[in-house]
Design a protein around this ligand. Structure first.
Ligand code: ADP
Length: 281
């Protein structure tokens, strides 16, 4: 038997959170929960001892955009006739100058913005047409990393990461099982009890990656994750994203840093004035 978690917007646990985190969690509160906690899809992939990697059917489209156009209400044209297919297990860089439409593309993929024309399918579902619980369910399958981390200031590293699971109704045991391997995967076990303002920018970004993937989403979207970081920290973040990709998570990362793109051999698309160009397959 299933039940729907009650009245997410009234929950005092969500007060004072950054807007983006609150929206994400509110969506997740709307999920259908089982009495013993939410059922989870697949095992945590970071604990090699206890879990097997997620089942990945490579070659199957997980993201598909057909003739997508996005014009904002003020008339700004952000995407024009955009066509893009990303297969399960891919790692895709999205480059382009500031204002070219990179963030808009990601916002369309996680249903934060709606296209003005065209179709967007995530895992064979038309995300732009999903509402309510179905949209919340879909968003649960998409991890998101932002340039400015969006951590909860007065929560420790461990709490920031565990909070997502706790808000979704995971049991204490399951939270514990997922938390430590995830912190280990981003190299932050020793900082688990630190607060965000006690961390470097690179470390904060690694916390936000841990938070994005702790519930093992098949798709990870990272919007300029290295935008505030120096060269070394940027490379470290990309290395973690590649590690996640190697265990089966599809990764789409936007960056205007040509250096990072050149240092890798992954596929690249460039957005120029809202148009998507395939630079490297
Ligand atoms: P990028 O991520 O490449 O910097 P964006 O996707 O943020 O680019 O923006 C693409 C275009 O859409 C820009 O011209 C920008 O001004 C416009 N834009 C982005 N968000 C909004 C919005 N909420 N309202 C109106 N225009 C927007």
């Amino acid at each position: 038997m299933t039940s729907v978690l009650p009245r997410p917007t009234d929950d005092p646990r969500l007060v004072n959170l950054p807007e983006a985190v609150r929206t994400q969690l509110q969506d997740r509160f709307k999920l259908v929960a089982t009495p013993g906690g939410l059922s989870t899809s697949g095992s945590l992939p970071f604990n090699q001892e206890t879990a097997s990697p997620p089942r990945v059917q490579t070659g199957r489209a997980i993201v598909s955009l057909t003739q997508v156009e996005k014009i904002y209400p003020n008339g700004s044209s952000a995407l024009v006739e955009a066509n893009l297919t990303v297969n399960q297990g891919d790692f895709l860089f999205v480059t382009g100058p500031s204002g070219s439409g990179k963030s808009t593309l990601l916002k369309l993929l996680y249903g934060h913005e709606q296209p003005t024309a065209g179709n967007i399918f995530i895992d064979n579902q038309p995300i732009d047409k999903l509402r309510g619980n179905r949209l919340a369910m879909m968003r649960r399958r998409i991890g998101i990393v932002f340039q400015d981390y969006k951590l909860i200031p007065r929560r420790t590293v461990a709490e920031n990461v565990a909070f997502v699971l706790w808000a979704q109704g995971f049991t204490r045991k399951e939270i514990h099982r997922r938390l430590w391997p995830t912190l280990k995967m981003v190299g932050l076990q020793a900082k688990a009890q630190c607060f965000p303002d006690e961390l470097s920018g690179g470390e904060q970004q690694r916390v936000s990656i841990a938070r994005a993937v702790v519930n093992t989403p098949p798709l990870l979207l990272a919007d300029e994750p290295t935008g505030n970081l120096d060269g070394d920290n940027s490379l470290q973040v990309i290395k973690i994203l590649k590690k996640l990709n190697s265990i089966g998570i599809t990764v789409i990362v936007t960056t205007h840093d040509e250096h990072l793109v050149r240092a890798s051999n992954h596929p690249v698309v460039q957005i120029k004035q809202g148009r998507i160009h395939h630079l490297r397959h």
